[in-house]
Design a protein. Structure first.
Length: 190
């Protein structure tokens, strides 16, 4: 029997343990709330995370491709990308699946039902999932950076316009020029 079939039989326990591990990465008060409040409207982070973990677990057991895993993992990583987690902490929960599986299938591993090759193959799949998570995380952080840069640029331009330092010059476009140069001319072709 392969590892996917054994894990599929223990799906609910595996997902529950994985979810509890993810929730323990939050501060104690947040962790208690995320674990105990089941309403998806009162606890959207917890509801999204558990749904994401269930979908990703099922997809891994079904041998889905990278392109099929990305939209399933995206919601949980997107949440962690905007929170106060370091990049490594944001995606490390994926790697915990290796330890969790070894704990769940300890009897099967020691008795030889699961061979070394099957376990290594599963480890490679989890490593691949972690790389997908990191790519998603970096894409989210890049979007945040671009948004912040555009916001700063927009605010700066508005402040310069308000201070009468920035003005529109025909055939040149919007430029930052010294106010006195614009007022006194100095834009003739040379």
């Amino acid at each position: 029997m392969n590892i996917e079939k054994l894990l599929a039989a223990k799906r609910s326990e595996a997902v529950k343990l994985w979810f509890e591990h993810v929730i323990r990465t939050y501060p104690a008060d947040s962790s208690r709330f995320l674990l105990n409040v089941k309403d998806q409207f009162s606890n959207p982070v917890g509801a999204t995370t558990i749904k994401c973990l269930e979908d990703v677990f099922d997809a891994m057991m079904a041998g889905k491709t990278r392109d099929e895993l990305i939209p399933l993992l995206d919601p949980a990583i997107r949440i962690r990308a905007v929170q106060e987690f370091s990049p490594s902490s944001s995606v490390a929960f994926v790697l915990h699946l290796k330890t969790l599986v070894r704990d769940l299938l300890e009897k099967e591993i020691t008795s030889g039902v699961i061979d070394r090759n099957g376990l290594e193959q599963f480890d490679r799949a989890v490593d691949g999932l972690c790389l997908i998570a990191f790519d998603i995380y970096m894409g989210c952080r890049e979007q945040i950076f671009k948004f912040r840069a555009e916001h700063v640029k927009s605010r700066t331009l508005k402040l310069l316009e308000k201070a009468d330092i920035l003005c529109e010059v025909p055939d040149v476009g919007t430029e930052i020029i010294p106010h006195n140069v614009y007022k006194n001319g100095g834009f003739e072709s040379q």
